[in-house]
Design a binder for this molecule. Structure first.
Ligand SMILES: Nc1ncnc2c1ncn2[C@@H]1O[C@H](COP(=O)(O)OP(=O)(O)OP(=O)(O)O)[C@@H](O)[C@H]1O
Ligand SMILES: [Mg+2]
Length: 333
């Protein structure tokens, strides 16, 4: 995958999103910087609870109705702030500028509305198309994503479709207004392997045709290698490493990234057990004082317990948040 040198279409700057729960504050996203370049696919990886979805929900303004709140930071779409804008402006943004697909399409589709009406809803909301025009556009987009019998499917209900088909419908809904950005949060996790591959292929194909930028959230580094240009690795609400996909796979600097890479089963190699990372993500209420990964890190040093490492930046905008990058501790910088 080529390195893309384009401008940033989405900039997340020092984002802090906290949940104010009855049991205290959960710092789900705690100082995250992410840049999505125009036309590029950015993978966000990390174990469960690292803040991947909350980052996406913050961008999509979908925290309403939860105890979550953006407490600090900026989110810029094409250079314009999208956090401190009116409700009306936020509503317009959703769907028309940023589309999102989720892991479980059934929970995001309305079970009592016909497929066609659900896709058309976005079009009617965000454009001045007539119903007939919206219907034609809907059939066109369904054909574009290889849905057979599109003119029949629009009159069916979600339960009549398979999981893979439903995910295709979600993709159609996300793309119908030609958004600049697609955020895909584990879009294939709930699907079986062959369907997963088809959906991935579809997303890549659409990216080529439409030229949109994609933020792709996944547990699966194999998928990242296949579809992403850039990678951001998250741990405990922070970015711990970021860079282009080649660098992250060939020259990872953070022990957490290395652990994730070692846990990918390799083709043709007998694996007795997955060499995954020992230990668990710390309880948000008892976060380590220094590096959040220190308790699980086999390279842990005294400084790691005391002080959270800053970002160390290598060539190629490759960044790692680990003291081992520093010359003093045996690193290059
Ligand atoms: N609605 C909520 N109320 C309270 N805490 C929440 C809520 N949603 C998420 N969190 C907390 O925020 C943290 C980050 O969660 P998030 O869903 O972003 O993780 P994730 O990286 O997407 O994980 P997964 O891979 O399991 O999807 C977790 O500690 C989670 O418990
Ligand atoms: Mg998630």
């Amino acid at each position: 995958m080529k390195k893309v040198e384009n401008k940033n279409i989405l900039e997340i700057k020092d984002l802090h999103t906290y949940f104010y729960t009855d049991n205290g504050i959960v710092k789900a996203v705690d100082g995250v910087d992410i840049n999505l370049k125009e036309g590029s696919t950015l993978g966000i990886v990390g174990e469960s609870g690292s803040g991947k979805s909350v980052t996406a929900l913050s961008v999509m303004n979908l925290l309403e109705g939860t105890k979550g709140k953006i407490v600090k930071g900026e989110i810029l779409l094409d250079g314009k702030d999208i956090v401190n804008i009116s409700k009306e402006e936020k509503r317009k943004l959703k769907g028309s500028q940023i589309g999102m697909i989720f892991q479980e399409p059934m929970t995001s589709l309305n079970p009592v509305l016909k497929i066609g009406d659900q896709i058309m809803e976005g079009l009617l909301q965000h454009s001045d198309m007539s119903k007939q025009e919206a219907k034609e556009k809907t059939i066109k987009i369904l054909e574009q994503i290889s849905i057979p019998r599109a003119d029949k499917i629009i009159n069916e209900y979600p339960f009549q479709l398979s999981g893979g088909m439903r995910q295709r419908i979600m993709i159609a809904m996300a793309l119908v207004c030609n958004p600049k950005i697609l955020i895909a949060d584990e879009p294939t996790t709930a699907l079986d392997v062959t369907i997963q591959a088809q959906i991935l292929e579809l997303i890549l194909e659409l990216k080529k045709i439409i030229g949109m930028s994609i933020m792709f959230i996944t547990h699966d580094l194999g998928v990242v290698a296949e579809v992403c240009d850039e990678v951001v690795v998250m741990y405990c609400g922070r970015v711990v490493e970021s860079g282009d996909v080649f660098t992250i796979f060939e020259d990872p600097q953070h022990p957490y990234t290395k652990g994730l890479l070692e846990s990918i089963p390799k083709l043709g190699v007998e694996v007795e057990r997955l060499d995954s990372i020992p230990g668990n993500v710390p309880n948000p209420k008892f976060m380590p004082k220094g590096c959040k990964f220190e308790p699980r890190c086999k390279y842990s040093m005294d400084i790691c317990k005391e002080e959270e490492p800053p970002f160390f930046t290598f060539d190629n905008e490759h960044k790692s948040r680990c003291w081992l990058c520093k010359k003093e501790y045996g690193g290059e910088l």
